[in-house]
Design a protein around this ligand. Structure first.
Ligand code: HEM
Length: 393
C-alpha cells in the first residue's frame, strides 16, 4: 500500500487507475485531514464512512448555509444561500423541501416508471440504429425528458426547454451554460406566475401555491429551488449512468449477470451508485468548535465529505473495491444522508434501472471507440464523451 499525500481537490485524481490504492494509502493519515483545496483554500477532508455520516447527520453543527459544494471560492458564499433547499439548514430547509416532497415520493416514482422505461427503450433503439454513438448523449436525453414531465412543461415548449436545459446544465463551456441559464430562469419565472393564476397538480404549481405561515413563498426562492431540482436531476443521472455503463462495458461478466437476471436490478443500481460515487463531495461549514476524527475543527472551518473514499471505506464495506451487484446491506452515501438526503433518489433509481435494464436487454456488447474523456468536475464527476458502437443482442 502506498502512503502518499494526495490532493483530493485535484480532479485528475478521480480518474486515475490506481485511485483505490491511493485512497487506501491516504487512510493512514487519519479519517479527517487538512486539504489545500485548489480554488477554495484550506478545508478539512473527511474520508471515512463513519465520520462522513456523523457530519451529514448533524446540520446544527455542520451547516449547508455557506455552501454545499466546493468551487465558490475561498470565503465566498454562493448565490442562493438561505433560499435554495440545498443551501438551507432546518427549519428553513424543511419549509422549502416540503412542497416538493409529494412529486418525489417513491409512489410518484413508481407511477412514472412505465413511461420512463418506454423512453429508455426508444433511446437505445435509436442508438442501436446508428453505427457509432456517444453514450453520454444517449443517456442524457432521459433525465431531460423526465424533467419536462415533472415540471409539466407544455408540449409546445418541450423542444425549447430541453435545448435550454441541455445548454444550461450540460453545455461544454461556461459561456454556453450561462447562456442556457439566462433563458431557463425567465422561463421558470413565467411558469411560476402562470401557475399561481391557474394551478395544476405538477411540481411548479405545488411550489407556486405553497404557503408558509399563511404567505406564499417568494417567487425568487421558488425559481431557485426549481433550478436546483433541474440541475440535481439532469447532471447527476447523466454522469452516474454513463460512468456505470463504462464500468459495465469493461466488465462483460457483470453484463452477463444482469442479462441473465441473476441479480436484482434495484440492488445492482445501488452497488453501481456506491462504486462510481459520481457526486464526489459535499461541503459543510462548522457552526461551532468541535472535535472530529481526532482533529480540532474551529467555528467557520469548512468540512468536505468525500463520497468516493467514504463509500470505499473497508471499515464500512467488505471488499470495498469490488463490485458486488447483490451487496447487502449497502448503506452507501452516493445519494447523501440526513436532512439533505437526495429528494430525487427514488426517481433517480427508476431512471438508472430503466437505462441499465434496457441496455442489457437490447445490447450484446458496448465496443469502446477510443478512450472516454473525463469531465474533470469535482461536483458531478463523469464523462465528457464516451464514443461507442453498440452490438445488438
Ligand atoms: C444518480 C443521481 C443522483 C445523485 C448521485 C444525487 C446525489 C445527491 C446528493 C449526494 C445529495 C445531497 C447533497 C447534500 O447533502 O448537500 C442530493 C440532494 C439533492 N438532489 Fe440528488 N442526486 C441524484 C438525482 C437527483 C434527481 C433525479 C433529482 C431531482 C429530479 C435530484 C435533486 C436533488 C435535490 C433538489 C437535492 C437537495 C435536497 C435537499 O437539500 O434537501 N437529485 N443529491
Amino acid at each position: 500500500m502506498v502512503n502518499t499525500v494526495i490532493n483530493l481537490s485535484d480532479p485528475e485524481l478521480w480518474s486515475r487507475s490506481d485511485l483505490a490504492e491511493l485512497i487506501d494509502g491516504a487512510r493512514s493519515a487519519g479519517p479527517v485531514q487538512r486539504t489545500e483545496a485548489t480554488d477554495d483554500g484550506p478545508v478539512w477532508s473527511v474520508i471515512s464512512y463513519d465520520i462522513a455520516a456523523q457530519v451529514l447527520k448533524n446540520p446544527a453543527v455542520f451547516s449547508s448555509e455557506q455552501g454545499s459544494l466546493l468551487g465558490t471560492g475561498e470565503g465566498l458564499t454562493p448565490a442562493g444561500a438561505g433560499k435554495m433547499m440545498a443551501l438551507c439548514d432546518p427549519p428553513r430547509h424543511r419549509e422549502l423541501r416540503t412542497p416538493a416532497m409529494a412529486a418525489f415520493s417513491p409512489g410518484s416514482a413508481r407511477v412514472a416508471a412505465p413511461g420512463i422505461n418506454e423512453r429508455a427503450r426508444t433511446l437505445f433503439d435509436q442508438a442501436l440504429a446508428c453505427s457509432e454513438v456517444d453514450l453520454v448523449d444517449v443517456v442524457s436525453a432521459l433525465p431531460l425528458a423526465v424533467m419536462c414531465d415533472l415540471l409539466d412543461v407544455p408540449e409546445g415548449d418541450r423542444e425549447m426547454v430541453v435545448r435550454v436545459c441541455d445548454q444550461a446544465f450540460l453545455g461544454r463551456t461556461a459561456e454556453e451554460r450561462r447562456a442556457g441559464h439566462q433563458q431557463l430562469i425567465p422561463y421558470l419565472l413565467y411558469q411560476v406566475m402562470q401557475r399561481r393564476l391557474d394551478p395544476g397538480d405538477d411540481l411548479i404549481s405545488t411550489m407556486a401555491t405553497h404557503q408558509v405561515g399563511g404567505r406564499l413563498l417568494p417567487v425568487e426562492d421558488i425559481v431557485l429551488n426549481l433550478d436546483n431540482i433541474v440541475v440535481g436531476g439532469v447532471q447527476t443521472v447523466r454522469h452516474t449512468a454513463s460512468m456505470c455503463l463504462l464500468t459495465l462495458a469493461r466488465r462483460p461478466d457483470l453484463w452477463r449477470l444482469l442479462q441473465d437476471e441473476s441479480v436484482d436490478m434495484g440492488g445492482a443500481v445501488d452497488e453501481l451508485l456506491r462504486w462510481t460515487s459520481v457526486g464526489l463531495h459535499t461541503l459543510r461549514t462548522a457552526t461551532q468548535d468541535v472535535e472530529l476524527g481526532g482533529q480540532q475543527i474551529r467555528r467557520g472551518d469548512r468540512v468536505v465529505v468525500w463520497t468516493w473514499p467514504a463509500n470505499h471505506d473497508p471499515a464500512a464495506f467488505s471488499q470495498p473495491h469490488e463490485i458486488i451487484l447483490d451487496r447487502s446491506p449497502n448503506r452507501h452515501l452516493a445519494l447523501g444522508l440526513g436532512a439533505h438526503y437526495c429528494i430525487g433518489a427514488p426517481l433517480a433509481k427508476v431512471e438508472l434501472g430503466a437505462l441499465f435494464s434496457t441496455a442489457v436487454e437490447r445490447i450484446a456488447e458496448i465496443k469502446l471507440l477510443g478512450e472516454p474523456v473525463y469531465n474533470r468536475s469535482l461536483i458531478n464527476f463523469g464523462l465528457e464523451s464516451f464514443p461507442v458502437s453498440l452490438v445488438a443482442r
